[in-house]
Write a protein that binds this ligand. Structure first.
Ligand code: BGC
Length: 281
């Protein structure tokens, strides 16, 4: 079934447009993006992440999903991994066989004939928020954290991304007295769901992670994203941190939008030189 979206060619004439893919531990989301507004055009397409979530299984699913769109241009993909010069380096919520995977080679096979650019999922969300959302216009260091299957992080200094931070793996002391563990094992949205925690029970774990980060980096603001930020009113007031906290504006679509933005920057549709480190991620 084809998603009814206006033709990419027509859109390109009026509005810079891109296609973004966000790969998560549980779902893959694809959407066409209006890069002027930083908003999805039409509906996003969502599928369960194949299990095991190997490079070929995920790339195959992405290829099928991208075919559903009337889009022949570059594709941006946000992945929950460190991406160094086109190679995935870690794999916590995807199959371990991603480690060392050359993304260019993978997508030459699965999406031949078009540029495919990949970056870390939280970095994609960070690009979205500095361009269109909660981090826009904030001077100094802004740290975005996404709460989902894991905890993702993006460091943004005066609007420029410092890619591949991994604060979800910061070792912190569990406030419930169970020793030390990785931040995402104590305070992700998946942990909240798994343990059936109320916002009042979960928020102190988030505060504890934020405190560890703010003590080291003293950011001007935290931007918190992921689906849980839809309920920001319910749990942001419970956080006890000195750093101002803002909800992400694009929430669940920030990864898709940022991936599309990144691909557009590489293909010359937009000038992102102020937002990306020289030489890309
Ligand atoms: C991964 C990060 C990712 C985060 C959110 C972590 O487990 O290591 O790269 O950004 O999950 O998906």
């Amino acid at each position: 079934m084809s998603i009814p979206v206006p033709s990419a060619t027509n859109l390109l004439r009026d509005t810079p447009t891109g296609l973004g893919v966000d790969v998560g531990g549980t779902g893959i989301k694809v959407g066409l993006v209006d890069l002027t507004q930083g908003e999805l055009i039409g509906d996003r397409l969502v599928r369960s992440t194949p299990q095991p979530a190997t490079p070929d299984a995920i790339a195959g699913a992405i290829s099928e999903m991208v075919e559903e769109f009337d889009w022949a241009g570059p594709v941006g993909i946000a992945l929950p991994s460190v991406i160094h010069e086109g190679v995935a380096r870690i794999a916590h919520n995807i199959d371990k066989s991603w480690i060392g995977c050359d993304v260019g080679e993978l997508f030459d096979r699965h999406l031949p004939g078009r540029p495919v650019l990949m970056l870390n999922d939280a970095d994609a969300a960070g690009l979205t928020e500095v361009h269109y959302g909660a981090g826009e216009g904030v001077d100094g260091l802004v740290i975005l954290l996404t709460f989902g299957t894991g905890i993702g992080s993006a460091l943004l200094l005066n609007g420029k991304l410092l890619p591949n931070s991994e604060f979800g793996h910061l070792i912190v002391e569990d406030i419930a007295g169970r020793g030390f563990d990785e931040a995402e094992h104590l305070a992700s949205a998946a942990v909240r769901a798994r343990d059936g925690l109320s916002f009042a029970e979960w928020a102190p774990h988030v505060s504890n992670v934020l405190r560890s980060i703010e003590d080291l980096l003293w950011p001007r603001a935290f931007v918190l994203g992921g689906g849980v930020s839809e309920a920001a009113d319910e749990w942001f007031p419970l956080l006890e941190n000195r750093t101002p906290v803002r909800p992400a504006v694009r929430l669940n679509d920030a990864g898709i939008i940022g991936a599309a933005l990144y691909a557009a920057g590489h293909s010359g549709v937009l000038d992102l030189s102020g937002a990306l480190p020289d030489g890309g991620v």
